[in-house]
Design a protein around this ligand. Structure first.
Ligand code: AMP
Length: 219
């Protein structure tokens, strides 16, 4: 299955992606994670992306699209993929259509996570991420057993630089202006599926499974 997961910052794309990737056996491809890795390693791509990311702005399409095209051609995508955080602009969406038809791996479904702004604010400001393994915690809703220490690997937890209320506002504006047209693009193709992501994580995942299992049966 070739899956996209979309939604504003804090909607739970990362958390749901981990569940989907393991249950449906598809590689989780997060453009945000790929950029953060490049920034961490000071690669030329990371150096270019850093200023946009820290400002909460979208990185230009030209830097994102090639990175995704390379990744989708890898062997592990032959039986499906899960794209998290891509496409986020119409330019990226039309490019994705071209690149996936070239390799005969067209998108089957776009999962769109919907959440109210007040919930996003709470999730974003309390989010903590393990520097080492990327596990996601929340100071209130899903705290680690020892403050600041990852339950999974013992690594140090940190707050992302863009996880502040000010940055959330910029990221929401980018979402409304650039990403919402992408949702309409997939609605027109009849492959957008909306999920109420304001519910607890297990309920959100249950709803996603209904969508994906129905799709799988029809294939
Ligand atoms: P995320 O982890 O998905 O919230 O992404 C973090 C940041 O990486 C975003 O705020 C953007 O600056 C950048 N980014 C990730 N994916 C994309 C994309 N598809 N297009 C442009 N910028 C992106």
């Amino acid at each position: 299955m070739n899956i996209l997961i979309m939604g504003p910052a804090g909607a739970g794309k990362g958390t749901m992606s981990k569940e989907i990737s393991s249950k449906y056996n598809v590689p989780h491809i997060s453009t945000g994670d790929m950029f953060r890795e490049n920034v961490k390693n000071n690669t030329p791509l990371g150096l270019k992306a850093k200023e946009y990311m820290e400002a909460g702005l979208l990185v230009p399409d030209s830097l994102v699209n090639d990175m995704v095209e390379d990744r989708l051609q890898r062997e592990d995508c032959a039986n499906g993929y899960l794209l998290d955080g891509f496409p986020r602009s119409l330019g990226q969406a039309t490019d994705l259509t071209k690149m996936t038809s070239k390799i005969s791996r067209p998108v089957d479904v776009a999962l769109v996570l919907n959440v109210e702004l007040s919930v996003l604010e709470e999730r974003i400001t309390g989010r903590r991420i393990c520097k080492n393994c990327g596990a996601i915690f929340h100071t209130k809703n899903h705290p680690s057993s020892v403050e600041g220490v990852c339950d999974v690997c013992g690594g140090e937890l940190m707050q992302r630089k863009d996880d502040t209320l000010e940055q959330l506002k910029v990221r929401m504006d980018e979402y409304t202006n650039q990403t919402e047209p992408v949702i309409h693009y997939y609605e027109e193709q009849g492959i957008a599926n909306f999920v109420d992501a304001g519910q607890p994580a297990d309920k959100v995942f249950a709803d996603i499974q209904v969508i994906l299992d129905t799709l799988k049966k029809g294939k």
